[in-house]
Design a protein around this ligand. Structure first.
Ligand code: ADP
Length: 194
């Protein structure tokens, strides 16, 4: 059972790198952002509830997000471990995840934190806005997302550092370079769990 969290600010490349890391570790990726976007696209009840938060760059309320993750973690493919991309993002979510893992008698192996300079983040997000047209990639919403991350999610790094779980990974540079660094992190993780 391997459980890894991938953390990092908006634009750090979590989505891209989560796939690489999950492949290498042989784990499914659970991306809360992707699940929300799929629900918005599918016009589900959850999607209708989440959309206004996504569009504004705000976090979806904890009760909604936690309930969604609880259900996702109960699926068969999560039984031998998973990589979390974009969850937890608040201290309340950390507590809920701790509870869910305790119920399953499992524990976190590592929190990989992608680190990228704030100016580069904004550049990357604006560039992505031109390519992908995500509803939350406008300059104003990008600024709000970075602010929400700093206020609500940065404190989690301290919490997980105190538990000795944080593995920092430099996220600057071209995608393949970052992937190489992430793969080194993966090797370290595989080693640890042997
Ligand atoms: P990014 O990290 O680039 O902002 P994500 O795809 O991870 O992009 O998330 C997009 C949006 O989905 C967030 O701005 C937020 O509205 C919502 N979201 C994703 N994960 C969470 C979470 N753990 N808690 C609350 N809202 C979330």
């Amino acid at each position: 059972m391997t459980i890894v969290i991938l953390m990092g600010p908006p634009g750090a490349g979590k989505g891209t790198q989560a796939k690489v890391l999950a492949d290498r570790l042989g784990l499914p990726t659970i991306s809360t952002g992707d699940i929300f976007r799929a629900n918005v696209a599918g016009r589900t009840t959850l999607g209708r509830e989440a959309q206004r938060y996504l569009d504004a760059g705000e976090y979806v309320p904890d009760e909604v997000t936690n309930a969604m993750v609880r259900e996702r973690l109960a699926a068969d493919d999560a039984r031998s471990g998973f990589l979390l991309d974009g969850y937890p993002r608040t201290l309340d979510q950390v507590a809920v995840l701790d509870g869910l893992l305790a119920e399953q008698d499992s524990q976190l192996d590592a929190v990989v934190v992608l680190e990228v300079d704030p100016d580069e983040l904004v550049q990357r997000l604006l560039h992505r806005a031109e390519l992908e047209h995500r509803s939350d990639d406008t300059e104003e919403v990008i600024r709000r997302r970075l602010q929400v991350y700093a206020e609500q999610t940065l404190p989690l790094i301290e919490v997980y550092s105190e538990r000795g779980l944080v593995i920092p990974a430099e996220g600057a540079g071209e995608v393949p370079e970052v992937t190489q660094r992430i793969l080194q992190v993966a090797e370290a993780l595989l080693h640890r769990n042997r």
